[in-house]
Design a protein around this ligand. Sequence first.
Ligand code: BF8
Ligand code: SF4
Length: 668
Amino acid sequence: MTDLQKMTIDPAIQKLLEIAEADGIELAWDRLEAQQPQCGFGRLGLCCRNCAQGPCRIDPFGEGPQLGVCGATADTIVARNFVRMIAAGASAHSDHGRDMALTLLAAAEGEAPDYTIRDVNKLLEVAEFLKVPTKSRETMEIAKDVAEVALAQVGNQKGELLYLRRAPKKRQEVWRRAGIAPRGIDREVVEIMHRTHVGNDQWYESILMAGLRTALADGWGGSMLATDITDILFGSPVPLTAQVNMGMLSEEEVNIVVHGHEPVLSEMILAAVNDPEMIEYAKSKGAKGINLTGICCTANETLMRQGVPTIGNFLSQELAIMTGAIELMVVDIQCIMQALAPLSEQFHTILVTTSPKAHIEGATHVEFDEHHALEIAKKIVKMGIDNFPNRKETHIPAQVNSMVAGFSHEYINYALGGFYRGSFRPLNDAIIQGRLRGAAGVVGCNNVHTSQDQAHDYVVRELIKNDVLVVMTGCGAIACSKYGLLSPEAAELAGPGLREICEAVGIPPVLHVGSCVDNTRILTVLSQVASEGGLGDDISDIPGVGFAPEWMSEKAISIGCYFAASGVYTIMGGRSPIAGSKKVTEFLSEGWEEQLGGKLEFISDPEEAVQKALKHIDKKRAALGLVEYDPTRFGQSGDRLMRQFIEAMDAGLPVSLYSAKIPEQAKK
Ligand code: BF8
Ligand code: SF4
């Protein structure tokens, strides 16, 4: 493997890294090197700074100190650090959900005229879950109540979150029995901060179970509300084709890039760049038009609904600026590197921050306010257009790939069951028959410690090759779309059973279900699959796994934990932040599996991770009494054989369409 391949497998990024090296531009990889050696205690989760008597560090080799000044053990310190990660991640998702609810409220009250209700059916469905009456009521009246109940859920003090009822009954009972059915989102997060204060909860098991309750408040609360309200305001996604990677930057147009997470901003920027006046203005500055593209999850949001091209995932953000082709990058919240500000000063790019919660020193701040959304969005776009004449030399890589995105859980249901009988029955049947071995959710970030996208690409290729249907979100989805895995043609790479399904239904073997908050769509699919029958009656019965091969953010930890608490075997790649405690590591695995049927494990080797995942899927199949997975039983139909038959005919080779065996020379 070359040095460049060790950094990224994306050829567009490799090309830009070469330029960075030649020009002496410092990037995340250089800063990682400058950080070496990284603190071993911190890496293992063994450093506590929760009070001013510390920092206290526990010696993992048992030779140095084994207790913090207050007497905290390694297990306590590791568990406390871990659940604080959950709390931060759950806060990020849930505060995003809260902001979506506030936008819905403002829209319903007529104070945010640029937003409207694009999916009334979804509003009605959500209203039912939130116990908001709908009969003989105006849409905006319902929307106002939905927004208010959603906000009340965030601050709920007693009882349980209403969305827990979306889970299979058995799962709800598991949560109640374990004492982890979340109350309100804010309450759970505050409680974690309280529990982990010096001298409070000091038993790792109790700390970790509280962490799970907080993670559930994210998955079945804050994130689920964020997804639902986004669908209400901007429409539930349906499949569309789109393009991905740096080649979607334009040499001739004004390039505006949205980066961050909240579609409240990116949707308005999209409206602004499509304004004919803006386009004319861009032309007056010598550009051919305006080209909007995105990075990270806000890109996923606009991609899923509008087909806006995505130019990259987390580790691509600095390189995007390095193309010299971006007039303006507008960011809102989360996963935005501070390094973008000094970097953009080396180019002509204007970096605009917009959220009162996410300022960056050196960037231009234009505060976004949903009450004047379009006006502010136009102001930002105009700044970009005005910057076009300042563009100098550009290095836009040629790489572009096609993909299909937009698989909401509603659409997956529709695609598999058909319009008149939308259902997960065909999916369940495919798993029962063994045509599909199982299903997997592969999600999460890039992490500079591992080659960008490599683990995502490897894990997903292996899973589909083994007839495991894959659903993806976040930077993982962007990663795999760059290598063509989210296109229908990728069915060629799938195992025989999965390939047949893809060809029959017309879907890729890897389905893009959205941004990181949209992992909740996977929870909804899992619940509906469990309720459909034939695959047990709980999420933990389903032959499925969760993966976050390149995770780095605290949000990913929260996601991993709410999947585990929902009954899914979840594998996180890279380094384990709990490696400093054997007890904590075992509790997250065996302990949680015993109580909850799901577990969380950190496995750095992707090959080992895939093997464990397949083994787990087979174990679940056996527990359900399903036929053993046998790929040789399938693959005797489909487009591929027809294509091979025609090719062989053209080549004058002896073949029979009805023969399962095609002569070697007829194969590609
Ligand atoms: O929420 S996958 S790097 S962009 S945290 Fe961030 Fe990770 Fe990307 Fe989206 Ni999710
Ligand atoms: Fe040290 Fe305990 Fe304070 Fe942590 S809480 S820094 S272990 S004294």
